[in-house]
Design a protein around this ligand. Sequence first.
Ligand code: DHB
Ligand code: FE
Length: 437
Amino acid sequence: MSLDKTYKKVPGTTIFDAEQSAKGYHLNQFCMSLMKAANRERYLADERAYLDEWPLTEKQKQALLDRDLNAAIAEGGNIYFLSKWGATLGLSFQQMAGSMTGMSEQDYRDMMLHGGRSIEGNRIADQVREGHYKAEDTTGPDERPTITGSVFTSHVPAIGAAWDQHKTEEPYWKAVFDGYEYSKEYEKENTPDVVFLVYNDHATAFDLSLIPTFVLGTGASYPAADEGYGPRPVPGIDGDPDFAAHIAHSLIREDFDLTLVNEMTVDHGLTVPLSLMFGDVERWPCKVIPFHVNVVQYPIPSGERCFALGQALRRAIESYDKPLNVQIWGTGGMSHQLQGPRAGLINAEWDNRWMDALVEDPASLAQVPHLEYVEEAGSEGIELVMWFIARGAMSDITGDGEVEVKHRFYHVPASNTAVGHLILENHPRATVSAEKE
Ligand code: DHB
Ligand code: FE
């Protein structure tokens, strides 16, 4: 099923969606720079030279030099951003809007004075009559992505530091890294095209000025963050803006109110799992779409909400029109408490029962309230709610397939934390029923 973008058919109208936003990213950021008087002055002194400082396409630059707002919008510009450019040139919103209609400034003003443009002739149906519609999307199911499996792992920063400082053979750390030997082999044999990586930012990219609940990374690349110890010597990640824009469209249409972020750094929550699964590499072997969940400041989303999001994520991924292999990773946990006199709390029995239930009955487990996590698994054990996003995206949840546990590992301690790790493989229904017969 392809996504409904019927809004593209409204005549004389460009809807600014994540796709347009990706296209016009630098154009709109250029416009924002004109909110500073000094930049406006420099722009007006030499428009071409100022435009050349930005990574704009020639079409985008030409649109502005030609004062052609229709062209600027076709190239991804948004009117609220472009209005900063218009204001720099001394244009009002009415002059800017009128300039796109093919009417003279006076005629446009007069039209507005006489009640504005008529709806007659400006509906989608009027375009149907004139035969302006494009052919319907005919992408077949074999060209859709496949979610091949999910990976769950703790993301303790000290694991990254041990890795970076070549301490993997020290007995303390060897016991941790041994649990990921199978995983590295598994990823070599089953390298995905894209990892959708659910993690939490730990007061790194987001401080208290902005506290989004769910963040989807729609940008092209994200550098590894400096969390105070200097950045880890690992590559940054390459995103997949087009795929992420599609996922954004699908999830937000299903009423998940995401924050879309094009620029941010990524901290240990994301880079430590990559090191554990892919080892030492010059570049990560696949694209990574980062997905942050607020688990720092309450209120934090519930397990049920995350589980439902995972199910919607599967629909989003499977409706994209490229045959990609996709893995969903859930990170964080297991039991740990990093604060107060109860710091160091570990509840191995609870953790292992929780992992059993995550595999066998995730829908019931998702109903466990936050209080139980805090009480039984420590204040930072709440990171485990993120695992439900990856679990919800597996095919057994809807009965379309089955999951196979390829690997399970549990170890105490890594720093203050119990390390938990699972690899689940997705088998579509066809394979499942064939195997049973
Ligand atoms: C530790 C674990 C975490 O998940 C984290 O984000 C920070 C620190 C720890 O055990 O030290
Ligand atoms: Fe953490």
